[in-house]
Ligand binder design. Structure first.
Ligand code: ZN
Length: 484
C-alpha cells in the first residue's frame, strides 16, 4: 500500500478596514441597501478613472510587515480580465507579476511542533460586486446585482504549498486572522466575507518530490469548513488514484450540507485572464521612509506578545495562547496585572470565570472589551480583597458572578451582602466554643482518635458564620481546641 501526503496551499482574501473604497470615495460599510454605495468609478462607467486610496496602501503594507514580508519599492497594478455580471468593467484591478510584498511566513504550532509556513506574496486588489440569487420578487427567474462591494480594497495572501494537514491549515488561518486583527487592518469576519479563503490541495506518495495535480477548493466560509473540506478532498484524491484514475485540475465547491466537495468548473490558468499592466494607474511606489513610519505605528504582534507573557509573568505557554486570542483580551489581562500585581491569579480568573461568562454571553465582542461589565480595575480589586483576607476565595466567586450580572464594583457588592470575611480570632473562637459545646459526643469521639470528624466541625463553624469565617483561621483554632 502506498502512503500519501497532502500538499496544501492557502489563498486568503482579507478586506481592509478602510472607510472608503480602493479607487473611489464610496463607503465600504457592510449591510447598506443594495447599490447605495456606488459611483461611476466602482460601477465601471466609461471614462471614469481610478484614484488610489492611500490608507488602503498603508494597511496593506502593515499586513505585509506583520506577516514578515519584504515590501517591494515598486509594484504594479494589472488588469485581470474576465466576464462576470458582478464585474461591470469586465476586469478587476489587481496585481500580478509585481506584487506589493513577498517572502514572509507564519509560524504555526501543531502537537507542540513549531513550523514556518512561507507566505509567497501579498498583493492588493479590488473586490467585485455580489450576485444575489434569492430573496427578491423575481428571484426565481432573475439574478440581482449589488455593487456595494465593488471596489472594496482587499489583500490576497498566498501561502507556499507548505501545509501538510487540515489541522496545520486551521492553525495557519487562526494565526493569520489573529495577526490581521491585532494590526486593525481586517476584522476577520468570515460570515460577512471580510476574510475568505481558498485551498489548493493535491496528494503525492510520501517521498515523492513531484507535486500531484491540484484542485482548488472554494466556498469555505469558516475555519471548520476549511478543515473538513481539506480532509474530504485529500481522501477523495487518494481514492481516485488508488482506483486507477487521475485527479483532474479543477475548482471544487464545498457543500457544507452534504459535507463533500463537488466539481464546479475546470480551473482557469493565469493566461486565461490576459493580465496586462493597468494603463490608468502609475506604478505603486512605497519608499523606505513610508515603510519605517508604518513599522513604528505597529502594535506588538500576537507571537511576540505570547513569548513576552511567558517570560514577564511566568505563566504557561498554554495560558499565554488563550490570553492573547484577541488584542483586547491581552490588554485586559495586562491592565489587571498592572493593578493587582498577581499575574497567575489574574490569568486564572480571566481564563476560568471571565471567559466562561463571555462565552455564554452573545453581547460580548471579544475584540472590544471596553464595555465589559467586569473591568480590569474591578477584577484587580476583587483579587486584592481575597489576598488581604477580606473575603474568601469562595465568596469571591459569588461576588464575581454578581459583578458580571450587575457591573457593580466588588466593594459595593461585598458591603451590601454583608460578605465580609470573619478573620478576627476572638470571634471565630466564640463560634468554635459554641460548636464544641453543642456536639460533646462527637468531640469525645474525636479525642478518642476518630479524627475523621474534623471536617464536620469545620462545616458547623462555616454554617454558623454563613460561610464567612476565614477557613485558615478556623482550621488552626479548631485543631487546638479539639485537642482539649
Ligand atoms: Zn464608487
Amino acid at each position: 500500500m502506498t502512503t500519501y501526503e497532502a500538499v496544501i496551499g492557502l489563498e486568503c482574501h482579507a478586506q481592509l478596514l478602510t472607510h472608503s473604497k480602493l479607487f473611489c470615495s464610496c463607503s465600504t460599510q457592510f449591510g447598506a441597501p443594495p447599490n447605495m454605495n456606488t459611483c461611476p468609478v466602482c460601477l465601471g462607467l466609461p471614462g471614469a478613472l481610478p484614484v488610489l486610496n492611500r490608507v488602503a496602501v498603508s494597511m496593506a503594507v502593515k499586513a505585509a510587515l506583520g506577516l514578515g514580508c519584504t515590501i517591494n519599492r515598486e509594484s504594479q497594478w494589472s488588469r485581470k480580465n474576465y466576464f462576470y455580471p458582478d464585474l461591470p468593467k469586465g476586469y478587476q484591478i489587481s496585481q500580478y507579476d509585481r506584487p506589493l510584498a513577498q517572502f514572509g511566513g507564519i509560524d504555526i504550532v501543531v502537537d507542540g511542533n513549531r513550523r514556518r509556513i512561507r507566505v509567497q506574496r501579498i498583493h492588493m486588489e479590488e473586490d467585485a460586486g455580489k450576485s444575489l440569487h434569492e430573496g427578491f420578487p423575481g428571484s426565481d427567474t432573475s439574478t440581482y446585482l449589488d455593487f456595494n462591494r465593488s471596489g472594496v480594497p482587499l489583500v490576497e495572501i498566498v501561502s507556499a504549498p507548505d501545509i501538510r494537514t487540515s489541522v496545520e491549515a486551521h492553525d495557519y488561518l487562526t494565526r493569520l486572522k489573529e495577526i490581521l486583527e491585532y494590526l486593525d487592518v481586517c476584522d476577520g469576519n468570515m460570515e460577512e466575507g471580510s476574510l475568505r479563503c481558498d485551498a489548493n490541495v493535491s496528494v503525492r506518495p510520501v517521498g515523492d518530490e513531484k507535486l500531484g495535480t491540484r484542485t482548488e477548493l472554494k466556498n469555505l466560509n469558516s475555519f471548520r469548513f476549511v478543515q473538513k473540506a481539506i480532509d474530504f478532498e485529500v481522501q477523495r484524491q487518494i481514492d481516485v488514484i488508488e482506483n486507477g484514475g487521475r485527479v483532474v485540475q479543477e475548482t471544487r465547491l464545498w457543500n457544507s450540507v452534504e459535507e463533500r466537495t463537488v466539481s464546479m468548473r475546470s480551473k482557469e490558468e493565469a493566461h486565461d485572464y490576459r493580465y496586462f499592466p493597468e494603463p490608468d494607474l502609475p506604478l505603486l511606489t512605497v519608499d523606505q521612509e513610508t515603510v519605517r513610519n508604518i513599522e513604528r505605528q505597529m502594535t506588538e504582534l500576537p507571537a511576540a506578545r505570547r513569548s513576552r507573557f511567558v517570560e514577564q509573568y511566568a505563566i504557561s505557554e498554554y495560558d499565554s495562547v488563550v490570553l492573547t486570542t484577541t488584542r483586547a483580551l491581552a490588554d485586559f489581562f495586562e491592565e489587571t496585572v498592572r493593578i493587582c500585581k498577581q499575574p497567575k491569579t489574574a490569568a486564572n480568573w480571566i481564563m476560568g470565570d471571565l471567559l466562561r461568562f463571555y462565552k455564554e454571553d452573545a453581547r460580548v465582542d471579544m475584540k472590544d472589551l471596553s464595555e465589559s461589565r467586569v473591568s480590569p480595575k474591578k477584577l484587580a480589586d476583587l483579587i486584592l480583597y481575597v489576598d488581604a483576607g477580606r473575603i474568601s476565595g469562595k465568596m469571591a466567586k459569588s461576588v464575581f458572578e454578581e459583578m458580571y450580572q450587575t457591573a457593580r464594583h466588588p466593594d459595593v457588592i461585598i458591603q451590601e451582602k454583608g460578605l465580609v470575611q470573619i478573620s478576627d480570632p476572638t470571634e471565630i473562637e466564640r463560634v468554635i466554643d459554641q460548636v464544641i459545646a453543642e456536639n460533646t459526643k462527637t468531640v469525645e469521639q474525636y479525642r478518642a482518635g476518630k479524627t475523621g470528624t474534623f471536617g464536620f466541625f469545620v462545616g458547623q463553624v462555616m454554617k454558623q458564620t454563613g460561610g464567612r469565617a476565614n477557613p485558615q483561621a478556623v482550621n488552626d483554632i479548631l485543631r487546638k481546641k479539639l485537642v482539649g
